[in-house]
Design a protein around this ligand. Structure first.
Ligand code: NVA
Length: 169
């Protein structure tokens, strides 16, 4: 009955399975692995406000989660510098990071020093510290992410005009 399916699911394996069986295109509306439509909309917002994407530096501050994986996918398609500032134990999928580093001619890096990571950032992007399925870890995460809060000091530490973005309502 449908020409396409857009599905917002929990387990990434389920959208892959749905796409295998569907006879129509399946669009990922969010899974625990990535969130491609969100990031495509975000880069369009950057373009609308900054007017161009030349020499763009985006620094993501927070958990190496589904949102980061989509930023990495995008960095393999269009050129921009992308730095992820996260605590040691909250790194994104490092295979994806390495793949993006190989494909992109721009700098893709992981840092554990948010102040250093945001230097010269045109955009600081963040997300919740406890994503879907991690709500019971929220208390611990609040402690682990101390120092990774985006506040006035962090915005100032860019040293340039910076946009602040997040993927939440
Ligand atoms: N990382 C968040 C994204 C929400 C749009 C989550 O998965 O809950």
């Amino acid at each position: 009955y449908n020409d396409m399916i857009m599905a917002r699911l929990f387990d990434h394996a389920h959208i892959v399975e749905m796409a295998e069986h569907a006879k129509v295109p399946v669009v990922n509306g969010l899974t625990d692995f990535n969130h491609p439509c969100q990031i495509m909309a975000d880069i369009l917002t950057v373009l609308e406000h900054r007017k161009h994407l030349d020499d763009l530096k985006i620094t993501y501050v927070g958990d190496g989660n589904n949102i980061v994986h989509s930023w990495l996918s995008l960095a393999m398609r269009i050129p921009f510098h992308f730095t992820i500032a996260c605590p040691e134990n909250y790194k994104p999928d490092m295979e994806m990071v390495e793949k993006a580093q190989k494909v992109s001619k721009h700098e893709i890096s992981v840092s554990h020093d948010p102040i250093e990571a945001v230097k010269d950032a045109d955009v600081i992007y963040t997300d919740v510290w406890a994503s879907m399925g991690q709500k019971e870890e929220a208390e611990q995460r609040r402690k682990d992410f101390r120092g990774f809060q985006v506040n006035k000091d962090l915005i100032k530490a860019t040293g340039v005009k910076t946009y602040f973005m997040h993927c939440l309502p």
